[in-house]
Ligand binder design. Structure first.
Ligand code: NOJ
Length: 453
């Protein structure tokens, strides 16, 4: 891959969607205010030892009270699109049934503020914060999930469908099903293969069902759903490592997009996939997994290198960490590789019926130092420059890429990393809630300033 040395935002085209993303559970706080019900993350944070520093998402960066000034920051930095999510338990405290008027009003206010500022609101319906009441009934593993989720989506469309045209159904289904229901590292902290399979199948059906509901209720909506993705590289060119990489590629990249495209779950003769096929066949409804999305949201942070390891259950593969391989990485140990970003975009763009791709998240965690009121996060700027270079190359090579959203606006609650993993373009002092635009924020401001409308 060759990359041009200098590029401008305009090189991506005047209709390219430049955005910035946040999520309710990571930003809003106000966890028990004005009728909001608890989410699985509120409860998970009470289980000691699960989250760094025993952090709790009670206040986060207080977006609930500060959304107006945070939206001004979005505007000031020059972004066109503001991606945020609705906290299901803020508008339906029990997950189903009762509707919380104050919660409904809050999102009307955020949407109205976006529109008044000339920002395009792009709303994620589910960004990992399931209402706790639903988890008590099995959450993503329950046969009732699809019914609960459909009612929630219908409510969102009734309320906001006439104002908001950009919708994202799920955020990274592989993320919340694997970390939350298989590995126990995220809320609700469950583990076990049966829970994992049930969560996978419900998520695969919910993403398509959500799309169908939006299409029926808001015919002019632009509908997408997001997938985490990572180029998977074998540690050596030995056959067993190459096969291990193929198995992990299925899990990390193919599992959720192929059913959407009508290809069903991928097969690879591994124990894991054989069992998933048996499980979902018994559960049926596999035809409900397909939907013709207007765009696919891709979220990429790093590639993974994997080696065969017979000791690891189901996948017989293990990651060889970037820190061990001594390759460039962020402060979370995530490998920095713009070339792999290009490769994974190409992998997804190669599916014949992917019409349009938006990179709905990309960004980097570096531990910033606030010095004399400023943050010189040069590494983050370099990260963005190199990834944008790769993105532009991908676009020039004909891939249907129509937008890019930065992760994220303000430092926030980074799930099990608590408040110790800053990704923001804006630093937050969590004691005072003081915001300070980082040098990377100013870099973006300059970069976006010259776009010809
Ligand atoms: C993906 C998730 O969607 C987001 O919530 C998270 O903060 C970022 N990746 C960074 O880990």
């Amino acid at each position: 891959m060759t990359t041009p040395a200098i590029f401008k935002a305009d090189d991506f085209g005047s209709d390219f969607l430049w955005g910035i993303a946040i999520a309710a559970a990571q930003n809003e706080g106000a966890y028990n205010l004005n009728g909001r019900g608890l989410s699985i993350w509120d409860q998970f944070s009470l289980r000691g030892g699960k989250i760094k520093g025993n952090a709790k998402p009670d206040v986060c960066c207080d977006f609930y009270h500060r959304y107006k000034t945070d939206l001004l920051l979005v505007k000031q930095l020059g972004f066109k699109v503001f991606r945020f999510s609705i906290a299901w338990s803020r508008i339906m405290p029990n997950g189903t049934g009762l509707v919380n008027k104050a919660g409904i009003l809050f999102y009307h206010q955020v949407i109205d503020e976006c529109l008044a500022l000339g920002l395009i609101p792009s709303i994620t319906l589910y960004h990992w914060d399931l209402p706790l009441a639903l988890q008590k009934e099995g959450g993503w593993t329950s046969h009732l999930l699809l019914k609960w989720f459909s009612k929630y989506v219908i409510l969102c469309m009734q309320e906001y469908g006439n104002k908001v045209k950009h919708w994202i159904v799920l955020n990274e289904p592989m993320g919340f099903t694997s970390l939350g229901y298989m590995l126990g590292k995220h809320a609700p902290g469950k583990s076990g293969i049966k829970q994992f399979f049930a969560a996978i199948h419900n998520a695969a059906m919910a993403q398509a069902e959500g799309g169908r509901i939006i299409r029926a209720m808001v015919p002019d909506a632009i509908i997408g759903t997001t997938f985490s993705c990572s180029e998977v590289v074998p540690a050596t060119n030995k056959k067993e490592d190459i096969l291990a990489a193929k198995r992990i590629d299925i899990l990390m990249n193919r599992l959720f997009i192929e059913p959407v495209l009508g290809m069903g779950y991928p097969s690879d003769n591994s124990i894991l996939m054989d069992r998933l096929h048996l499980f979902t066949k018994a559960w049926k409804y596999t035809e409900r997994m397909q939907f013709d999305f207007d765009f696919i949201g891709l979220q990429n942070y790093f590639p993974v290198t994997v080696a065969h390891n017979a000791m690891i259950p189901y996948v017989q593969a293990v990651e060889v960490k970037a820190t061990k391989r001594k390759v460039p990485h962020t402060d979370l140990g995530w490998e920095i590789s713009p070339t792999s970003f290009y490769h994974i975009l190409k992998q997804f763009a190669s599916y014949p019926n992917v019409k349009s791709i938006i990179v709905t998240e990309n960004g980097a965690c570096f531990k910033d130092k606030l010095q004399k009121g400023a943050i010189h996060d040069v590494q983050r700027i370099d990260y963005f420059k190199s990834y944008l270079n790769a993105l532009l190359q991908a676009k020039k090579d004909g891939m249907p890429i129509n937008g890019y959203f930065v992760w994220t606006l303000t430092d926030n609650f980074e799930w099990s990393e608590g408040f110790q993993a800053p990704f923001g373009l804006v630093h937050v002092d969590f004691e005072t809630q003081q915001r300070t635009i980082k040098q990377s924020g100013y870099w973006w401001q300059q970069f976006l300033m010259n776009i010809k409308e």
